[in-house]
Write a protein that binds this ligand. Structure first.
Ligand code: ZN
Length: 255
């Protein structure tokens, strides 16, 4: 994988935005592949509203988000309500997050569709749009709410990961795809998963997870019984094969 852009493609463009779009899309078309089967992704016809790329073998759709700099806390997306509808639909896309400078790629990771929930789609301040009476509401994706298992790196800080590592990492996140849970209900599950990952331990107790109670109740202010909700998510994660109960409120991760 050559991390450098083919700058000759952008020679005709003066606007930075257009240059970046041309360079990043061409680089993706040349280098990106499906994390599930390893097949090169193909580009949809430009401006198809739903997705930018797809895997011809799995028919999975991918949307590309790119940014000059580094993705840290959040990624700006389009209209809020459209995004909520899309991630809750049966054809929800996965997202590629590409960070780069003017000449080369810094990092690229994919977040499979099942790792996105309403919980990480943050409404932005309504803005006026020229020629429209209604205010426009955009959104951003809260990347801190996406578990590590849902960030599958191809390139990390300028270092390429092997295709095998990418495919293995994707396969390890399969537990979340085996059960049909609508995106609107996935928020709790993903939030509890993030808390478990933050413990950075293979074994932990219910009390360890309860320590995130304040954090979780701030994210879900309508829920009055956060501890019960935590226990319910732990059961779901057990049923999915992500962890097992070892007795007396203790848990062990399966991998
Ligand atoms: Zn595929």
């Amino acid at each position: 994988m050559d991390l450098n852009f083919d700058l000759s493609l952008a020679a005709a463009y003066t606007s930075k935005r257009q240059r970046n779009r041309v360079l990043t899309e061409a680089w993706m078309a040349q280098n990106a592949y499906c994390p599930s089967c390893g097949e090169s992704v193909s580009q949809h016809i430009p401006n198809k509203p739903v997705a930018d790329f797809y895997c011809p073998r799995c028919s999975e759709d991918y949307e590309l988000k790119s940014k000059v700099g580094v993705y840290t806390n959040s990624a700006i997306d389009g209209a809020y309500h459209t995004m909520i509808q899309r991630i809750n639909s049966d054809t929800a896309p996965s997202f590629f997050f590409l960070s780069h400078n003017e000449k080369r790629v810094h990092s690229l990771f994919v977040t499979p569709a099942c790792f996105l929930s309403d919980s990480v789609i943050i409404k932005r301040k309504p803005t006026k749009v020229k020629g429209r009476t209604n205010l426009w509401i955009g959104c951003s994706i809260d990347l801190r709410g996406i578990p590590e298992s849902g960030r599958i790196y191809y390139v990390r800080n300028g270092e390429e990961c092997s295709r095998q590592e990418v495919v293995d990492h994707y396969a390890a996140s399969a537990f979340l795809r085996t059960t049909e849970i609508k995106a609107g209900l996935r928020g709790w599950l993903l939030d509890v998963l993030c808390c478990i990952e933050r413990l950075k331990r293979k074994t932990f107790s219910l009390a360890d997870v309860y320590r995130f109670e304040n954090y979780l109740s701030a994210k879900h202010p309508d829920n009055r019984n956060v501890q019960a909700k935590i226990r319910q998510q732990l059961q779901l994660l057990r049923d999915m094969g992500y962890l097992r109960f070892t007795g007396r409120g203790n848990y062990e991760l399966m991998s």
